[in-house]
Ligand binder design. Structure first.
Ligand SMILES: [Zn+2]
Ligand SMILES: [Zn+2]
Length: 270
């Protein structure tokens, strides 16, 4: 009895073992990419502030990247607070394109004292570059350029309204994240497919189809099928008609977004 007691109380802790199940070391979960929608035309709950615009927080491999900043900085910061996201954790901000519904929250974010690297296209207006450069490091994003490991940009697309989308690495393939997709969501998905050495798992964000006819929306759906896009999450400027068409076509693979939505994808590697 005595020996057993010693073994139980002394030896097990020395071996790094524990008799209590609750003290067992937790097995580390698979690494994840976590996408949290911070600003959108839609919200998952009325406690969030919604409005015309888009912003998503990306957490992957210990890195925190903000994609777009929405139209309203106070709403962005309030939604971050409600979702328990600290602005000081943002190490990089990527702006998809220089429209106010994507850049509007940037100043309020910088006013928090956070100094993220800001990834802009060279084609963005000079005043956006200059205002941002007074506060933080601004970096030009080339096609395929890495923001942090596991997150790359398409680089500049479009002529009239230059825009970039993001490629997010997951175990299932690439997740493409678009701001407004002014150059065309199919073109942006195609570019992502060319840059990525992986299947296109999902396309999420603003698809800019709100003024398109039903036939044009079906063409986009067909192109998504041709590209092998397995999941779709149209939101922001996608338009109700397109969102309904995608929801019907994708069924279970339709990703409903809106402020407060959290999407988790398994990542490859650590
Ligand atoms: Zn736009
Ligand atoms: Zn927009």
């Amino acid at each position: 009895m005595h020996t057993i007691q010693i073994l139980g109380s002394t030896l097990l802790p020395l071996l790094g073992l524990s008799a209590g199940l609750e003290e067992c070391p937790r097995s580390q979960g698979d690494p994840e990419l976590v996408i949290t929608i911070l600003f959108d035309n839609y919200a998952t709950h009325d406690r969030f502030r919604s409005g015309w615009g888009f912003s998503a927080l990306l957490e992957t491999g210990g890195h925190t990247v903000l994609f777009d900043t929405g139209a309203d900085g106070q709403a962005l910061l309030e939604n971050m607070r409600l979702l328990d996201k600290d602005p000081m954790d943002v190490e990089a901000v990527v702006i998809s394109h220089a429209h106010g519904d994507h850049t509007g929250g940037l100043q309020a974010l910088l006013d928090q004292g956070v100094r993220p690297r800001l990834h802009l296209l060279r084609a963005f207006p000079a005043d956006l570059w200059e205002r941002a450069a007074q506060k933080t490091d601004v970096i030009r994003t080339p096609p395929g350029g890495e923001i942090v490991p596991g997150i790359r940009t398409t680089g500049r697309m479009g002529t009239e309204i230059p825009e970039q989308a993001l490629l997010l690495d997951t175990r299932e393939g690439i997740v493409v994240l678009t701001g407004c997709a002014h150059p065309g969501v199919v073109s942006m998905a195609e570019r992502a497919g060319e840059l990525a050495d992986a299947p296109l798992h999902a396309v999420l964000g603003g698809f800019h189809l709100m003024r398109e006819e039903a036939e044009a929306i079906q063409d986009v759906l067909q192109a998504f099928r041709r590209l092998g896009v397995r999941q779709a999450g149209p939101t922001h400027c996608s338009g109700d008609e397109a969102m309904a068409a995608f929801r019907q076509a994708y069924g279970q693979a339709y990703l409903s977004l809106g402020v407060g939505r959290v999407l988790r994808f398994a990542r490859t590697g650590g």
